[in-house]
Write a protein that binds this ligand. Structure first.
Ligand SMILES: *[C@@H]1O[C@H](CO)[C@@H](O)[C@H](O)[C@H]1NC(C)=O
Ligand SMILES: *[C@@H]1O[C@H](CO)[C@@H](O)[C@H](O)[C@H]1NC(C)=O
Ligand SMILES: *[C@@H]1O[C@H](CO)[C@@H](O)[C@H](O)[C@H]1NC(C)=O
Ligand SMILES: *[C@@H]1O[C@H](CO)[C@@H](O)[C@H](O)[C@H]1NC(C)=O
Ligand SMILES: *[C@@H]1O[C@H](CO)[C@@H](O)[C@H](O)[C@H]1NC(C)=O
Ligand SMILES: *[C@@H]1O[C@H](CO)[C@@H](O)[C@H](O)[C@H]1NC(C)=O
Ligand SMILES: *[C@@H]1O[C@H](CO)[C@@H](O)[C@H](O)[C@H]1NC(C)=O
Ligand SMILES: *[C@@H]1O[C@H](CO)[C@@H](O)[C@H](O)[C@H]1NC(C)=O
Length: 370
């Protein structure tokens, strides 16, 4: 149930309509040895289920998931898509071969040659892309133009496999503002000023701005065009009982998306937050066949990269510490699936991975909405 007066923020977690009855997984129901990996959507499987998003603590063993490919400082100019695997189901975990993978949806080169459009069609659920490598602290610069239509949301986030998350969210038609937020193990702290809105100096849909996460072990800054608009200190996130810092602290992929919030299957609060229902007769939609945002570049600067050994391939989860915080350590185990493992995933399971919806809505007031 939704209360209308709540101030809502959304994020890009995706649910799915399963075509098959795959076994589900959660904190109390781990995956079996026969389908050892818990996907980011909470279904057990093998093959690509064991790659990006694989939930280590809900899998058969925390090492069932492939390691999170180690960070490499890099800049992607999205006018050139050679480092982007456009068909996500073909990705085998080789982060040396690709820097980005399209999880769902379609990329269209920007007509003006200044990047790529992530598209949203009435017949799909929008587009989501993920970095193949993970960042465990560092700085991420997004240069983009947001979407500008009621009900359409653009997001640029970090997301870990245990659902630590840091967000930029551009809801609906409010192109003079952007919202910032973060989650710790999938939970937002509604009582703190966790979600916040920042002004942008010019319209975000017709001008490229640089949106930065400066995510370090002790603090995170959100910056627009080099100016800090929000800071959260790790020490600010200590739980009331003093047992835990509720601070994003696990290796995270970078994800960008465009998604439909203003559709009839969304909660009313989500629709309101995003600026209302999507108008599929909008002239921009009719003439292009899609809504879009434009991504020019993403620059990743990894923290402590100089300390990496040259046999290190990634980060692997080692279970929880005594505070229930997941422990990660570097590993030199392979991040790749074998050709057999990639092929072993039944076709129906692969289709499941491509079906997305919107799940995530929350209220600053602390009311759970679903
Ligand atoms: C975990 O999944 C099991 C089996 O589907 C279900 O019975 C249980 O309620 C779930 N637990 C949580 C915490 O969601
Ligand atoms: C991105 O690449 C395009 C085409 O290769 C080039 O024209 C453009 O200048 C590049 N942009 C940046 C910001 O480097
Ligand atoms: C993506 O790759 C899979 C597996 O190779 C293939 O079955 C599918 O047709 C491809 N999809 C597209 C849109 O090319
Ligand atoms: C990973 O991709 C790189 C670049 O395409 C290639 O040189 C390397 O052989 C691949 N590694 C494996 C194990 O396939
Ligand atoms: C939420 O954040 C506030 C201030 O940062 C903190 O005092 C409080 O303990 C947090 N609550 C929870 C449940 O983490
Ligand atoms: C790995 O590092 C060692 C010492 O730091 C160096 O001798 C070796 O050549 C490096 N190997 C590769 C493949 O870069
Ligand atoms: C890790 O800690 C979390 C949070 O306390 C808990 O939900 C989860 O069950 C724990 N997982 C394992 C494998 O101990
Ligand atoms: C990988 O790490 C293990 C354990 O630390 C070590 O025994 C092994 O020699 C390492 N392998 C390589 C190729 O460095």
């Amino acid at each position: 149930m939704i209360r209308n007066n709540l101030y809502l923020l959304g994020a890009v977690l995706f649910s799915l309509s399963p075509l098959i009855k795959a076994q589900t997984c959660n904190s109390t129901s781990l995956c079996p040895a026969s389908a050892p990996c818990c996907s980011e959507y909470g279904y057990c499987g093998s093959g690509s289920y064991c790659l990006g998003g694989c939930e280590p603590l809900y899998s058969f063993k925390s090492t069932s998931c492939r390691p999170n490919p180690i960070c490499q400082s890099q800049e992607t100019n999205f006018s050139d898509l050679r480092r982007v695997q456009l068909n996500g189901t073909k990705y085998d975990g080789n982060a040396t071969a690709y820097d980005w993978v399209v999880n769902t949806g379609t990329l269209v080169p920007s007509p003006s040659g200044d990047g790529v459009r992530l598209t949203l069609r009435e017949s799909d659920q929008g587009t989501k892309i993920s970095s193949t490598r993970y960042v465990h602290y560092g700085s991420i610069d997004f240069v983009l133009q947001s979407s500008k239509w009621n009900g359409v949301v653009t997001a640029a986030i970090t997301m870990s496999d245990v659902k630590d998350e840091i967000d930029w969210e551009f809801p609906g038609a409010a192109t003079d503002k952007v919202q910032t937020n973060y989650w710790f193990l999938g939970v937002a702290n509604y009582s703190a000023t966790q979600g916040a809105s920042s002004d942008i100096s010019s319209d975000s849909s017709s001008n490229f701005h640089t949106y930065t996460f400066d995510w370090q072990e002790d603090y995170m800054n959100w910056m627009i065009d080099g100016q800090v608009v929000r800071t959260v200190l790790k020490t600010d996130t200590l739980s009331d009982d003093g047992s835990q810092y509720k601070y994003p602290s696990t290796p995270s992929r970078i994800q960008l998306s465009i998604w439909p919030a203003g559709i009839s299957t969304s909660a009313q609060g989500t629709i309101d937050w995003a600026g209302g229902m999507i108008d599929w007769t909008d002239p921009d939609y009719v003439s292009n066949g899609y809504f879009w945002n434009t991504l020019q570049s993403v620059k990743i600067s990894c923290a402590n990269e100089q300390d990496q050994s040259n046999t290190t391939t990634g980060w692997a989860y080692q279970g929880n510490d005594t505070q229930g915080i997941p422990i990660v350590d570097v590993t030199n185990a392979s991040t790749l699936l074998s050709a057999g493992e990639l092929a072993s995933v039944p076709v129906k399971n692969k289709q499941v991975l491509g079906v997305v919806g919107i799940l995530f809505v929350f209220a600053l007031s602390g009311i759970t909405l679903f």
